[in-house]
Design a binder for this molecule. Structure first.
Ligand code: B12
Length: 217
């Protein structure tokens, strides 16, 4: 099977919610030495993007999104050891506190970012999804991270990213930490607007941005 057909079959498993085949194809990509990041981005994520579009037009429903999410997570489990190999052993670069903001339960992208950061030398404290702003501020005081990463996938919940930055200012700790934002509903422009320190479009870019804001490389 060509690489393109394999990726397209992977995307189809997301549309079908076919966990078993998704995992089988993930293993096949490893047997064929395909870079696991390429597999995620060109295979499974393409399926998630498609199901997202179909959800908007009424072709897919909430249970389809739920199953698609579970299928993606199951595929990533198979790919995880290979992601570790790609990253290799890394020096400690810094500590990152990661959360999906209040009102937003999307966690797959944030968890991928957590995985990639931890494989690349960052200590990651992943405090979950739908995390209230005061909790993020409390955890920042407690954990003293170098970076806070805030994920938002809903247009409505991007406002909570701004709320966190304002709350950090009010708590007098904004200057002690860099804030990175991400998630499908966000952009570079939004990062500038809310005075975040940076935005990244995917997990690999998140690693590059995390290093950049700490002045590494
Ligand atoms: C799977 C999914 C779900 C699953 C989530 C399961 C889970 N455990 O996460 C479930 C079923 C729970 C869900 C629920 C809902 N969803 Co939904 N969902 C999706 C879907 C199809 C895929 C998201 C995903 O996982 N993508 C794959 C990952 C890898 O990509 P990613 O999240 O973008 O993350 C990458 C980057 O963005 C970046 N990144 C992400 N976070 C961060 C953070 C930092 C700091 C950095 C630097 C980078 C970064 O790196 C990641 C890895 O590469 C999207 C469609 C889409 N195309 O995004 C809709 C989508 C996000 N959902 C949508 C909607 C409307 C909903 C619901 C409101 C539906 C409903 N009526 O109930 C609810 C929301 C509930 C809530 N309060 O949060 C809309 C949002 C529209 C909008 N703009 O507001 C979308 C866009 C679908 C659509 N086109 O209509 N959803």
């Amino acid at each position: 099977m060509s690489k393109e057909s394999l990726f397209s079959n992977m995307a189809q498993t997301i549309l079908d919610g076919d966990i078993e085949t998704a995992q089988k194809l993930a293993q096949q990509s490893l047997d064929e030495s395909i870079n696991p990041l390429e597999t995620i981005n060109k295979g499974y994520k393409t399926g998630l993007d498609e199901i997202g579009r179909g959800f908007e037009t009424g072709e897919y429903y909430l249970p389809d999104l739920v199953l698609a999410g579970k299928t993606m997570e199951a595929a990533v489990v198979v790919l995880e050891p290979a992601l570790e190999e790609v990253a290799g052993k890394q020096d400690f670069l810094g500590k990152v506190l990661l959360a999906t903001v209040a009102g937003d339960v999307h966690s797959i992208g944030k968890d991928l970012v957590a995985l990639m950061l931890s494989l690349n030398g960052f200590e990651v404290v992943n405090i979950g999804h739908n995390v209230p702003t005061p909790t993020i501020v409390e955890q920042t005081k407690l954990e003293k991270p170098d970076i806070i990463g805030l994920s938002a996938l809903l247009t409505t919940t991007t406002q909570a990213q701004r709320d966190v930055i304002v709350a950090l200012e009010e708590a007098g700790i904004r200057g002690q930490v860099k804030v990175l934002i991400g998630g499908a509903a966000t952009s570079n422009e939004w990062a500038q607007q809310i005075k975040a320190d940076g935005y990244a479009e995917d997990a690999q870019a998140a690693v590059r941005k995390a290093k950049a804001v700490l002045g590494i490389e």
